[in-house]
Design a protein around this ligand. Structure first.
Ligand code: ATP
Ligand code: ZN
Length: 286
């Protein structure tokens, strides 16, 4: 019997939609109806388990699931056996310490003898140890940001993305203790057949993410500018150059990374490029 790769994703919450989207972009076809516990993938030997994200590290340690998608913050906090395979680039957030706006803050020593409310006691304790700070950790599971307002704690440590939740609760961010994003994790010592399936999935995720981070670029340029333009646009190997009907001009095709995209466009224009077209890439195999 062929083995199936068991993939755990969040049942409901912030990671669910993008986890499903990523697996679909990798070509996995599976039915919706996520009130179910699991779904079979029709065109790949895999099955998807819908679980509470906080439980996924334990399932990975116990080999109930082979791989999973969770926030790096949860993976670190749970301290369960498993390997970080790949950072996925979504659900970016940070774990930060915040105190009431009116309080003064100099450095981490300000937290000495304070009470910090958090759902991440392990990560917070590690931070306090590293900083040599002696503070009391009060573990609570939800609505951490209201703790100072109701006199439960002097400070909080919670997930922040924009900071607006902190602001509306009269808090200010004073320390970032961890940066997090969604990650792919795997059980340690997967059987070789499952490891191969994981390798195939990782290959597909890399192709999907490389495509997202890059754009296909077409432009026209005078022939005497091609050499300089090629230095700006190395592409996957080197740009494709084809002559235009008009004497002395060529069309160049290449790939540019999202990060330095606008800077490259400016350079290309100043080198004489015209008629620049930018096209999204669906998959990119390196
Ligand atoms: P519960 O398990 O009770 O549903 P949770 O906080 O674990 O709550 P979500 O709120 O769905 O679940 O968050 C899941 C993960 O998404 C978090 O562990 C974190 O990695 C990431 N995350 C949380 N809040 C944000 C945010 N505001 N922006 C981006 N990513 C976030
Ligand atoms: Zn959760």
């Amino acid at each position: 019997m062929t083995q199936k790769l068991k993939i755990a994703i969040q049942k409901s919450g912030r990671l669910q939609e993008q986890s499903i989207k990523l697996l679909r972009e990798c070509g996995f076809s599976f039915s919706g109806g996520f009130s179910k516990l699991k779904a079979e993938v029709d065109n790949f030997p895999a099955e998807i388990l819908f679980l509470r994200d906080d439980d996924i590290p334990q399932y990975i340690e116990d080999n109930v699931a082979d791989i999973g998608i969770i926030g790096e913050n949860v993976f670190i906090e749970k301290q369960k056996a498993g390997d970080l395979i790949l950072k996925l680039g979504f659900a970016k957030c940070r774990l930060s310490i915040a105190i009431p706006k009116s309080e003064e803050y100099n450095d981490s020593s300000t937290l000495n003898n304070k009470k910090i409310a958090t759902s991440y006691p392990i990560i917070v304790q590690e931070f306090l140890n590293k900083e040599g700070v002696n503070a009391e950790i009060h573990e609570i599971s939800g609505s951490v940001e209201i703790a100072p307002g109701i006199g439960l704690a002097d400070a909080v440590c919670d997930i922040v993305s924009t900071g607006s939740t902190l602001l509306t609760n009269g808090l200010k961010e004073v320390e970032t203790i961890l940066k997090s994003e969604a990650i792919l994790i795997a059980s340690k010592n997967l059987e070789s057949e499952k490891q191969e399936l994981l390798d195939q999935l990782v290959f597909r995720i890399n192709a999907v993410n490389a495509a997202k981070n890059n754009k296909y670029l077409l432009l026209n340029a005078p022939n005497d500018a091609i050499e300089e333009i090629t230095k700006v646009l190395p592409g996957m190997k080197s740009p494709t150059v084809t002559p235009l009907q008009e004497e002395g001009w060529s069309s160049l095709h290449s790939v540019v990374n999202e990060n330095d995209f606008w800077q490259k466009i400016d350079e290309l224009k100043s080198l004489g490029a015209q008629g620049i077209l930018v096209i999204p890439i669906e998959k990119m195999i390196l």
